[in-house]
Design a binder for this molecule. Structure first.
Ligand code: GLU
Length: 509
């Protein structure tokens, strides 16, 4: 494929939902697969929904995900600027050209008037649509004389520009707009059923529709890969390309992300309700102060998160589930993106994180664990932390699980699991453990294997069950009946601390 140029075109109206991240990811993968260019364009023409920190959030989220843009605001602005609010001056000429060619018209209907028509229709059990059927009865450059239109404009009356979706003069009654979507294959829309969308607003800004297709054209976008929610806009976009005499890009509409249970699309509000993040990064609403959770802050690895997202709607056609970003880019194709919505699965997301955690180098995990330990006032060496991580990581899903799995490597137990103590610490355990202290004290090489061999020999010689010693010993060192191999723990904390902990237990239990 030649000159692949794709774009991610978010509107900065709030934090980016994971569905948006997936759209960006698929665009990125498609670009990489075909040696193309991945563009970020900020679609900020809707001033009423503009949120100041949203663009920053989007950029930071993409950085965290590790999916870099080739062109973006402030980066290789080959067709810049890349913020639509900075391209304002570009759009009007195209609206004017469409008016001149008879494909668009000026409409003066006020919000109140449109509201009146809506209510009036409702009362009659109908729905008001601004379309070919009634455009001549409304207040616009089709119904008004040229002088009247000029007078109104000169007078400063607010107006919008609308697109003539269906023109009975040139279109047959059942004329359709057809497209070949890469995912949905043939899609067809009947022109006469569609409304006359606003292209240019009274505030001097283009609507999303006009700005979007003008920019895709000017930025030489070859493929538009976006969410299914934009499919209803497709006929308008195709009709606009036609009316402007431009080649339309290839379209691909991605399946929706669905709630984990029940029906419906995964919404921005679902996460906090259902107990998992729906945003890549935590987000604080500037107006309400409300904080929404993010995958980053919840302790997910960015690569695990991205791997999980890639498989929400795309499949490689094999059983493989774990992919590096590079492998994803090599395997990705729009042919294997499904039409059906993809159910989001929070448990599977945890599974991915757990898998990635197991694959990470212990030294890397140790550097992530170190600040947590520091926060608890624990001083330790990188080597020690790394060894601990190696002993416990198989039971962890998140780095934040490490402390509960390994606290006893760093501090002596302050209390003992009550149920376990009652069951394992018998009347004769105290004197038995005092003997264990003597045995341990005599050991010179306090390695895990050596301590194990010597203690087990001693237990055998005493002709008692292993459990009688091993369980109280674990309780003494750990405070509960949990943790990895007992002699690994003893060797790690060392002879002195092991003995000290047994003495404590003998005192307290
Ligand atoms: N600005 C639109 C959005 O927020 C872009 C849709 C498109 O990709 O065409 O999703």
């Amino acid at each position: 494929m030649n000159n692949v140029r794709v774009r991610f075109a978010p509107s900065p109206t709030g934090p980016l939902h994971i569905g948006g991240v997936r759209t960006a990811l698929y665009n990125y993968l498609f670009a990489k697969k075909h040696g193309g260019t991945f563009v970020l364009r900020i679609e900020d023409t809707d001033q009423t929904r503009y949120v100041a920190n949203a663009e920053q959030y989007i950029v930071e989220a993409m950085e965290w995900c590790g999916i870099p843009f080739d062109e973006a605001p402030g980066k290789n602005e080959k067709f810049g600027p890349y913020r639509q609010s900075e391209r304002k001056h570009l759009y009007k000429q195209y609206a004017d050209a469409l008016i001149a060619s008879g494909d668009a018209y000026i409409a003066f209907d006020t919000a109140d008037q449109l509201d009146f028509h809506r209510k009036d229709h409702e009362e009659k059990g109908k729905t008001f649509i601004y379309n070919w059927h009634n455009r001549a009865k409304l207040t616009n450059s089709i119904s008004l004389s040229a002088e009247e239109v000029e007078k109104r404009i000169a007078n400063g009356d607010a107006y919008v520009v609308r697109f003539k979706m269906y023109q009975p003069e040139i279109h047959s009654e059942d004329a359709t707009i057809d497209a070949e979507d890469s995912i949905r294959k043939n899609v067809s829309f009947k022109r006469a059923l569609l409304d006359d969308k606003v292209l240019f607003k009274s505030d001097g800004m283009p609507t999303y529709h006009l700005a979007n297709i003008v920019d895709d054209h000017l930025m030489e976008i070859s493929h538009v890969i976006r969410g299914e929610e934009w499919l209803p806009s497709l006929p308008l976009h195709i009709a606009l390309y036609e009316a402007l005499g431009w080649n339309a890009p290839q379209f691909a509409h991605l399946p929706l992300l669905l709630k984990p249970v029940g029906k419906g699309k995964l919404s921005k509000r679902d996460g906090d309700k259902l107990g998992f993040p729906v945003f890549p990064l935590a987000y604080t609403n500037e107006n309400t102060g409300e904080v929404s959770r993010g995958y980053r802050e919840d302790g997910y690895f960015n690569d695990a998160f991205v791997n999980m997202l890639a498989l929400l709607g795309w499949n490689p056609g094999t059983e493989q589930e774990l992919f590096s970003l590079e492998e994803l880019a090599n395997s990705f194709s729009l042919d294997r993106v499904s039409k059906a919505g993809a159910k989001f699965n929070p448990d599977k997301t945890k599974w991915f994180n757990q898998q990635y955690l197991q694959q990470k180098e212990n030294s890397i995990l140790a550097t992530l664990y170190a600040p947590i330990l520091k926060g608890k006032g624990i001083e330790s060496t990188p080597d020690y932390i790394e060894t601990v991580v190696g002993l416990i990581k198989e039971r962890a899903t998140f780095v934040t699980d490490f402390w509960n799995l390994s606290d006893f490597f760093f501090t002596a137990p302050m209390e003992y699991d009550a149920k376990a103590s009652k069951k394992q610490w018998k009347a004769d355990t105290g004197s038995l453990m005092t003997e264990v202290i003597e045995v341990l004290n005599a050991i010179g090489d306090f390695s895990s294997e050596n301590v194990e061999t010597i203690l087990k020999e001693w237990i055998t010689s005493k002709e008692i069950g292993f459990g009688k010693v091993m369980q109280p010993l674990r309780l003494s060192l750990v405070g509960a009946l949990k943790g990895p191999h007992l002699f690994d723990i003893a060797a790690m904390i060392g002879k002195e601390a092991s003995i000290q902990r047994i003495e404590n237990a003998v005192d307290k239990l």
